[in-house]
Write a protein that binds this ligand. Structure first.
Ligand SMILES: Cc1cc2nc3c(=O)[nH]c(=O)nc-3n(C[C@H](O)[C@H](O)[C@H](O)COP(=O)(O)OP(=O)(O)OC[C@H]3O[C@@H](n4cnc5c(N)ncnc54)[C@H](O)[C@@H]3O)c2cc1C
Length: 403
């Protein structure tokens, strides 16, 4: 029989506890706040985007800016298919939306919370709230877990304490001898103070591309112009994959937008020239091209120093080139970031090289396991962060449950 302490009552902690509670094992969850599963409750706008319908683990790992190599091993044991079938088997009907995000049929995160709490209770998992673990001390046999002035003995410990924006939040894990990769934000939008683009707030382009100048990083997807800058899936992806670069330049750098991400530069130019030939007397501003919304089209014409009331016939080669430049390489100057409120995650945490990806056991201290966002791994938006929490939680729990 194992006596297992699970530190953290979030998604990963519950999943680890449930899978550790086999046979005679006694499992206790320590949660420092008064409530468990608080992030699950607010996730996905209250609907909880449980996972992403990407059934091929090799494709799945591409959605993780940090930890993809580590997750290859993890997902080969427990990935999306297993997660969906686990929830379905435990009474949660799931649905896959058009963009492949997976939600409970009920559209309520409460369904996921009730399921996890009910299964944990049935398995005899004990939940201690207002129980902040201050120290974990490895002993010759097992561990001493110090919490609220008490010391309890456990044979195994699973750390599922989530991410922290401050390195100090990991101090007690560092004391165990583990290396902490400094936390930095991921998944944020770009601020463009003073840019006249923000006057077009509310306009979105469904198939754009945004590229970080000075890097090879560029991502396609919808871009949304906001009051303070640019947002949307393409921007969020770039913020996640470029998190370190952007952090190093203190969120002051240049990026370029290709408004029609799927159209090459020469194709754009030839379409403009063809249009000029076919409709020489049309006013340029009144017929936006490439499905660009009218206000954005006129804005881009202005940037190319083209009067919106002029006719195509009068357009010089230089003006066409300038328009192509603005359509294909529209420069934005990022000055600061805004955290994406719906799915903030921390990049950084326990160094992955110190954890065994097939068991989640520490390579430094036998009997100590890690799962979830406390590890230096993170995904982009779309259910990938919960998937990592379920998969690593499953592995940590099942491995710890064995003697
Ligand atoms: C607003 C929001 C919406 C999100 N929406 C989605 C979504 O729809 N889909 C998705 O995939 N991801 C989403 N995410 C990300 C996702 O919630 C996290 O990746 C996931 O919750 C990580 O789970 P975890 O169990 O590792 O950590 P957490 O959920 O952070 O849980 C860790 C727990 O440990 C506790 N704890 C910490 N230190 C101690 C200690 N010393 N002693 C005791 N307890 C401790 C904390 O209080 C916390 O309850 C969202 C995040 C946010 C903030």
């Amino acid at each position: 029989m194992e006596k297992i302490a699970v530190i953290g009552g979030g998604a990963s902690g519950f999943f680890a506890a449930i899978h550790a509670a086999k046979g005679e094992n006694q499992v206790d969850i320590f949660e420092k706040t008064g409530k468990t599963l608080t992030k699950v409750k607010v996730s996905g706008g209250g609907r909880c985007n449980v996972t992403h319908n990407c059934l091929n683990p090799k494709k799945l790992i591409a959605f993780y800016p940090r930890g993809s190599a580590f997750l290859k091993g993890v997902f080969s044991k427990f990935a999306v298919k297993e997660t969906m079938s686990w929830f379905e088997t435990h009474g949660v009907s799931l649905k896959v939306e058009e963009d492949n995000r997976v939600f409970p049929q009920s559209d309520s995160s409460g369904t996921i919370i009730s399921c996890l709490q009910q299964v944990a209770t049935e398995l005899g998992v004990r939940i201690r709230t207002h129980a902040k673990v201050e120290k974990v001390l490895p002993l010759a046999e097992g561990f001493e877990v110090q919490c609220n002035g008490e010391s309890c003995h456990y044979t195994k410990v699973i750390v599922c304490s989530g991410g922290s924006s401050k390195v100090g939040g990991y101090a007690w894990i560092r004391e165990l001898g583990h290396t902490i990769v400094s936390p930095i934000p991921s998944l944020f939008t770009f601020n463009l103070p003073g840019s006249s683009l923000t006057h077009l707030s509310g306009i979105s382009m469904p198939h754009s591309q945004v590229r970080l100048v000075g890097t090879k990083l560029s991502y396609e997807g919808p871009i949304l112009i906001t009051h303070w800058g640019v947002s949307g899936p393409a921007v969020l992806k770039l913020s996640a994959f470029g998190a370190h670069w952007l952090h190093e330049c203190e969120y002051h750098t240049e990026a370029q937008i290709r408004w029609n991400g799927d159209m090459g530069e020469e194709k754009l130019r030839s379409e403009l020239l063809l249009y000029k030939d076919r409709f020489p007397k049309r006013r340029i501003g009144s017929h936006p091209m490439f499905s660009i919304p009218s206000r954005l089209w006129i804005f881009l014409l202005n940037c190319a120093e083209i009067e919106e009331n002029s006719i195509w016939m009068g357009l010089s080669k230089k003006q066409i080139n300038k328009l192509v430049e603005n359509l294909f390489r529209f420069s934005i100057f990022i000055h600061g970031k805004t955290t994406f409120k719906d799915e903030f995650v921390t990049a950084g945490g326990v160094k992955l090289e110190e954890v065994n990806p097939t068991t989640m056991e520490s390579k430094l201290i036998p009997g100590l396991y890690f799962s979830g966002e406390v590890l230096n791994l993170d995904g982009i938006t779309g259910g990938f962060n919960f998937q990592a929490a379920w998969s690593t939680g499953y592995l940590a729990g099942t491995s710890a449950s064995q003697q």
